[in-house]
Ligand binder design. Sequence first.
Ligand code: ADP
Ligand code: MG
Length: 352
Amino acid sequence: FDMFVLAFLERFFRPIYKKDDIVLGKKLGEGSFGSVYRVSLARKPSSKPADLVLKKATEYGAVEIWMNERVRRACANSCADFLYGFRETSSKKGAEYWLLWRFEGEATLADLMQSRDFPYNVESLILREVQDLPKGLDRENRIILTIMRQLLFALDGLHSTGIVHRDIKPQNIIFSEGSRAFKIIDLGAAADLRVGINYIPKEFLLDPRYAAPEQYIMSTQTPSAPSAPVATALSPVLWQLNLPDRFDIYSVGLIFLQMAFSGLRSDNSLIQFNRQLKRCDYDLVSWRQSVEPRAGPDLRKGFELLDLDGGIGWELLTSMVRFKARQRISAKTALAHPYFDREGLLALSFIQ
Ligand code: ADP
Ligand code: MG
């Protein structure tokens, strides 16, 4: 199908929304770049009201609309289902950008990780058959593995499209009740390297708790944002040279770490961990050597979980959380990591 024909059809058949269609509900979030609400549509009183999410964004909303449109066409399953975005000028505060998504579910990964019952509270959400395994490391590992596979799958979709998210953290991962899977949200800090959108890094947008040590997504030797057509021709090369996707891999590695170590799930303990890791020159192996001798039960349990099956989980973690971007594993390669073979092995052991 021709892209032009598709775009033409879409103009006529894709619903268009405007301010008056939207009925505000509960506020879900408030950031420095906008507010997020649960909303419904007023238009069709006869039909069931659509359950949607609205973000009223500042000037960065324009980039966020661009990114969501790209994702919608290229890797729709990676992110929350985007409906429509438009510029809204009637507000007293001046022009805003309004973005609409389908309401995917109540809980982010951050909400779920805060529960004392994590990861068991996720088990019934993502695994269809309830396990007969007793509660313990094996079962927790299988749940965490499934979450990691979903996160890497979503991230691989974004990266294959040429988009780096740059703000991967549990707060920006929503559990989609319809898909029974985790999806990525909040593309407000994302960069589309293939066309040079938001190419100049806005490092102030980055969350220091989950950001990789490199300050800039592209090497500082990459002079400045080329104009769009030049960037289209150049960026696959730049992508190879600088591996900007590995910024997100570091962040998702920190999420893996927090899932394995219950003691590192709070903000304060993550900040403290980051300080310790920096003191170890971002070498997880020397961090382990420094904390393991005096480790409490929480840390010991995390190491034990990652050490299952000859330390295959620890191996994956250390290939994500590394100082040098080019030494970090890619999302696609990580998905083929032997850590993820475990589920297959387990299924076999059930049959036998
Ligand atoms: P912010 O820029 O404020 O961080 P986000 O896009 O991260 O905006 O959204 C804020 C919060 O709103 C999220 O943490 C999540 O709880 C909720 N949210 C956002 N999008 C959706 C969605 N599609 N479905 C359900 N909840 C969502
Ligand atoms: Mg967010």
